[in-house]
Design a protein around this ligand. Structure first.
Ligand code: DX5
Ligand code: ZN
Length: 228
């Protein structure tokens, strides 16, 4: 395995849900660092996906951290249940929170790592202003709701701005990018400042998970060498 500081998080939204446990075991064996778990409520986003009982079942099949991305209204109502079901980190959308700082604090109080997510049209400063209560910021690089969309190039500027601002303030938060990440652009997102790279269709759409995850790790290892 090539060494580098970046983490690869397959999004199981693009997995075969009829064989979900096996899919998670397969990406773990192939070299994934986290499992990205997308929750959609049909209100905050037009789609509906999976929820608490599925997370609880997956907790038993993998040792990897479960990175829960809540694309739901009123996320504060469900934090405790997701942590109890096995979430290691929880991202809530700033667009869905009346008080993002309070929700972030709640996530930490229940013992998970807190993260604020921003949609493509949302200023990343909405997350940065509550950075003192955060362990991670999630920059959406597609409009949330569906896997398999094209990466929005302006997300790179947003990542760069967020990483520079965090460095300026001396904060070592994780910066996660989510949407449209493939072998060909994973290095660009990492070079722009993301250190947690989510990929759904880019990984689960590949014929060999080991091959695609290895290729991504190789591209990421090259970024590490280029970055001063
Ligand atoms: C989009 C989800 C993403 C999605 C990524 O709403 O939050 O995590 O599954 O899928 P790809 O990598 O296919 O864009
Ligand atoms: Zn996601």
């Amino acid at each position: 395995m090539v060494r580098h500081p970046f983490k690869l998080a397959p999004s199981i939204l693009s997995a075969d849900f009829a064989r979900l446990g096996d899919e998670v075991r397969a990406v773990e064996a192939a070299g994934a660092d986290l499992i990205h778990f997308d929750v959609m409520d049909g209100h905050f986003v037009p789609n509906i996906s999976i929820g608490i009982p599925v997370l609880q079942s997956l907790r038993a099949v993998t040792k990897l951290p479960l990175d829960v991305h809540l694309m739901i209204e009123h996320p504060e109502r469900y934090i405790e249940a997701f942590v109890k079901a096995g979430a290691d980190s929880i991202s809530v959308h700033v667009e869905a929170c009346n008080d993002t700082r309070a929700v972030a604090r709640l996530i930490r109080q229940f013992g998970a790592r807190s993260s604020a997510a921003v949609n493509p049209e949302t200023d990343v400063r909405e997350a940065l202003r509550v950075a003192d209560e955060l362990d991670m910021i999630l920059v959406m690089s597609v409009h949330p709701g569906f896997g398999g969309q094209e990466f929005i190039p302006a997300s790179l500027d947003k990542l760069r701005y967020a990483r520079e601002e965090l460095e300026r303030r001396g904060l070592e938060l994780d910066l996660e990018v989510d949407g449209g990440i493939k072998v060909d652009n994973v290095a660009a997102a990492a070079a722009a400042g993301a250190n947690v790279l989510v990929s759904g269709s880019g990984i689960f759409g590949a014929s060999s998970y080991t091959a695609v995850i290895t290729q991504m790790h190789q591209r990421l290892a090259a970024v590490d060498l280029l970055t001063p």
